[in-house]
Design a protein around this ligand. Structure first.
Ligand code: C5P
Length: 310
C-alpha cells in the first residue's frame, strides 16, 4: 500500500465559540467542571491522511488566514513536537498495528486562540482514520476516544449547537434554530488555557453553581463567559476590541473560550465590514475573520478547499 499512490482520505471539523461558558470550582485534580453552550462555526480544519510504513506517523501543518497561506503561523506550528499534535495523538489512538499514517493538516483556526483548533484537528483526524482503515467506529465510540484527547473534541465531532456538561465534554445536541454571523479578532499572542484557569482560581474564590441541562432554554441563551474575567485580567486590551466592535455596529461581543479570540455577533455584512475595518487598526490584532454558525460537525470531504495550497 505504501507506494506513494495510496489513496488518501480527507475530513474536516469546525472550530467553536462558547456562547455560554460557566466554570465551577476545581476538583481534586485541578480540573474545573463546566457548563458550556457550544456553537460550531464555519472556520474548519482539514486533515488529509495517507497510509504509511507500519508504526510511523508524520504530520505537516499548513496554516491559512483569510484563505491565504500564512508562513509565520506555519513556522510556529512546525515547532510543536509531533507527539503533542492532537491530530497525531488521535491517529495513534485508533491506528491498527500493521499500518502507519502521513498527515497533512490545513489549519484556518489559530492555535491557542480559544476556538478549539487543536480539538478540531483531532476530530477530523478521527473521522478520516475511521474511513481510511474502515474501523467501523460509531459516533459514540468516536466521542469516547475524542474525550480522552481533549475536552472540546466531542463538540467538534458533533457540530451544530450543543451543551457540554461534566468537563464540557458530555454532549447534548440542541435545536440549532439560530443563525449567527460573527467577526473574530485573532490576537498576535495566544493565551495558555492552563494559565487562564489558574488566574480564574486566584480571582474567583467562590465560583457560582453551574446550571443544569434540564433548566437550559435554547431560545434564551445568555452570552456569558466566566473565563473572560481571568482572560481580560491577563489581556485588558481585549475589552477595548469588544467596545470598538459595539461602536461599529456589533450587537454583542464575547471572549471565545479561554481567549484571546474576541467574537462579535453582528446583524449583517455591512457590520462585518465596519467591525473588520476598526479591528484592523489595532496593532495587537493578528488577523480578522468572519464566520457563520451553527455548522455541521466533523465529516469526510471529497477534496481540500480551493485555498488550501501554499
Ligand atoms: O482540555 P485542555 O487540554 O485544553 O486543558 C488544558 C488545561 O486547562 C488543563 O490541563 C487544566 O489545567 C485546564 N483545564 C481545567 N478545567 C477544564 C479544562 C481545562 O482546569 N475543564
Amino acid at each position: 500500500m505504501n507506494d506513494g499512490l495510496a489513496e488518501s482520505v480527507i475530513a474536516s471539523a469546525p472550530g467553536k465559540i462558547n456562547l455560554t461558558l460557566r466554570v465551577g470550582a476545581a476538583d481534586g485534580r485541578g480540573y474545573h467542571p463546566l457548563f458550556s453552550v457550544f456553537e460550531c462555526v464555519s472556520l474548519r480544519e482539514y486533515v488529509e491522511i495517507r497510509p504509511a510504513a507500519p508504526g510511523s506517523v508524520s504530520v505537516e501543518t499548513l496554516c491559512f488566514s483569510q484563505q491565504t497561506f500564512d508562513p509565520r503561523a506555519t513556522a510556529e506550528m512546525a515547532l510543536l513536537p509531533p507527539e503533542e499534535h492532537l491530530a497525531v495523538r488521535a491517529i495513534r489512538a485508533v491506528m491498527p498495528a500493521d499500518t502507519g499514517a502521513d498527515l497533512v493538516v490545513y489549519k484556518s483556526i489559530p492555535a491557542a486562540g480559544g476556538m478549539a483548533g487543536g480539538s478540531a484537528d483531532a476530530a477530523a483526524a478521527l473521522v478520516a482514520a475511521n474511513r481510511l482503515w474502515d474501523l467501523g467506529l460509531s459516533a459514540s465510540e468516536l466521542e469516547v476516544t475524542g474525550r480522552t484527547l481533549g475536552a472540546d473534541v466531542p463538540a467538534c465531532l458533533l457540530g451544530g449547537l450543543s451543551v457540554g456538561t461534566g468537563y464540557g465534554d458530555q454532549m447534548t445536541a440542541v435545536d440549532g434554530s439560530r443563525s449567527d454571523l460573527w467577526v473574530l479578532a485573532f490576537a498576535t499572542e495566544g493565551l495558555s488555557t492552563p494559565e487562564v484557569f489558574r488566574k480564574f482560581d486566584r480571582l474567583i474564590t467562590k465560583p457560582s453553581e453551574l446550571p443544569s441541562v434540564q433548566d437550559f432554554d435554547p431560545s434564551r441563551i445568555a452570552m456569558v463567559n466566566d473565563l473572560s474575567i481571568p482572560a481580560l485580567a491577563l489581556r485588558p486590551e481585549l475589552a477595548v476590541l469588544g467596545e470598538a466592535a459595539i461602536s461599529a455596529g456589533a450587537s454583542e461581543w464575547i471572549i471565545s473560550g479561554s481567549g484571546p479570540t474576541v467574537a462579535a455577533l453582528v446583524p449583517d455584512m455591512d457590520a462585518v465590514v465596519r467591525v473588520r475595518n476598526v479591528w484592523e487598526t489595532f496593532g495587537y490584532v493578528r488577523t480578522v475573520e468572519s464566520a457563520f454558525g451553527p455548522v455541521a460537525g466533523a465529516h469526510t470531504e471529497s477534496k481540500v478547499p480551493h485555498w488550501a495550497h501554499k
